[in-house]
Write a protein that binds this ligand. Structure first.
Ligand SMILES: C[S@@+](CC[C@H](N)C(=O)[O-])C[C@H]1O[C@@H](n2cnc3c(N)ncnc32)[C@H](O)[C@@H]1O
Length: 279
C-alpha cells in the first residue's frame, strides 16, 4: 500500500537540492547536440499547484523554493532551474512547482527521450495529465524493476534519477541492488540518487553511502544539505544527493552553490552542508 504523496512536500528544501542537481546535470547533457535519455524511476505527479490543500497543509515550500524565489539574482548558476519554474508560472508568480518530470521536460529537445515511471495509480494519472508529447513515455510500474528493463537506453548517454519515498526500509537495499544491475547494463549512465537525512534512531544514510561507494563506479559524488539540527527520534533535518558518474564539473558547481544555499535554507544554527567524493 503506497501512502506517500509528494504534493505534501513539493518545493521544500529537499526538492531544491534535488532539482538543482538535476538541472545542473541536464544542462551539461544539453551542452552537446547529441540526444540523451532521461529516466525517472519515481516520478510522482510531475508538477504541483502550491495552493493545493495538501501542499498548504505544512507549506513546506515556504522553507524551500520560496526563500530563493525573490533573490534569484543571488544564484546566476541556478538560472536553468529558475527558468523551468518560471515556464509553468505566469511571470514571476510562484504558484506552480515542477516535479522532476516537468523539470526534465523543460530541458528536453526533440532528440532527447524521457522515460517516467510511477507506481501509485493516482499519481501516474496526474503525471499523464501534466506531461505528454513526443519523446515522453510514462510507465505505470515499479521503478526499480523498470529501470533495469530499460537499460541500456537509446540514446545511449543520459541521466537516471532515483527518488524513492523510503517509506519502506527495503528502498535503501533496492537502490543499491538496482544500481548494481544497472551498472552492468549501462556503466556509462549518470545516476543521481536522493535520500533523506533522518533522526539518529532511524537514519540510514551512512549505510546507503557505503553501499553505493562499493558498486564499482569510478566516481561517486555526494552532496548533503542539512537545514536544522538532527533530532534523536523523529523527523527529517536535511537530505542528500549521491551522483554516480557525475557530469563534468558538477563538483565545482555544487561547491559554489552549497554555502549560500545552506545559509538561505537554514532553520537553525546547526544547518550546514557537506560535499565529498565517496569514490
Ligand atoms: C519522492 S516522490 C517523487 C518525486 C519526484 N521524483 C520529484 O522530484 O518531483 C516518490 C514517488 O515514488 C512513488 N513510488 C513509491 N514506490 C515506487 C516504486 N517502487 N516504483 C515507482 N514509484 C514508486 C510514490 O508513489 C511517489 O510518487
Amino acid at each position: 500500500m503506497l501512502s506517500y504523496r509528494h504534493a505534501f512536500h513539493a518545493g521544500n528544501h529537499a526538492d531544491v537540492l534535488k532539482h538543482a542537481v538535476q538541472a545542473f546535470i541536464l544542462e551539461s547533457l544539453c551542452a552537446k547536440d547529441k540526444g540523451y535519455s532521461y529516466i525517472d524511476t519515481h516520478s510522482g505527479a510531475g508538477g504541483y499547484t502550491l495552493s493545493h490543500e495538501w501542499t498548504q497543509k505544512k507549506a513546506e515550500y515556504q522553507g524551500g523554493i520560496a526563500r530563493l524565489w525573490n533573490k534569484q539574482e543571488k544564484w546566476p548558476q541556478l538560472s536553468g532551474y529558475f527558468n523551468a519554474i518560471r515556464a509553468i508560472n505566469a511571470g514571476d508568480a510562484l504558484e506552480h512547482y515542477p516535479g522532476s518530470p516537468l523539470l526534465a521536460a523543460h530541458f528536453q529537445r526533440p532528440q532527447d527521450r524521457l522515460n517516467l515511471m510511477e507506481l501509485h495509480h493516482n499519481e501516474v494519472e496526474l503525471l499523464r495529465q501534466n506531461l505528454s508529447g513526443d519523446g515522453v513515455a510514462i510507465h505505470h510500474r515499479d521503478g526499480f524493476e523498470g529501470l533495469v528493463g530499460l537499460l541500456p537506453p537509446t540514446p545511449k548517454r543520459g541521466l537516471v534519477l532515483i527518488d524513492p519515498p523510503y517509506e519502506l526500509k527495503e528502498d535503501y537495499q533496492r537502490v543499491a541492488s538496482t544500481l548494481q544491475k544497472a551498472r552492468k547494463r549501462w556503466p556509462i549512465g549518470i545516476y543521481a540518487v536522493w535520500y533523506p537525512l533522518l533522526a539518529r534512531a532511524v537514519d540510514r544514510s551512512e549505510g546507503l553511502k557505503q553501499a553505493l561507494a562499493q558498486l564499482g563506479f569510478e566516481q561517486v559524488l555526494c552532496a548533503e544539505l542539512s537545514v536544522q539540527s538532527q533530532a534523536d527520534d523523529f523527523g527529517m533535518h536535511g537530505s542528500g544527493m549521491i551522483v554516480l558518474n557525475p557530469s563534468w564539473k558538477l563538483d565545482e558547481k555544487l561547491a559554489e552553490l552549497l554555502p549560500s544555499l545552506s545559509q538561505t535554507l537554514a532553520q537553525d544554527q546547526q544547518a550546514g552542508f557537506t560535499l565529498e567524493w565517496l569514490k
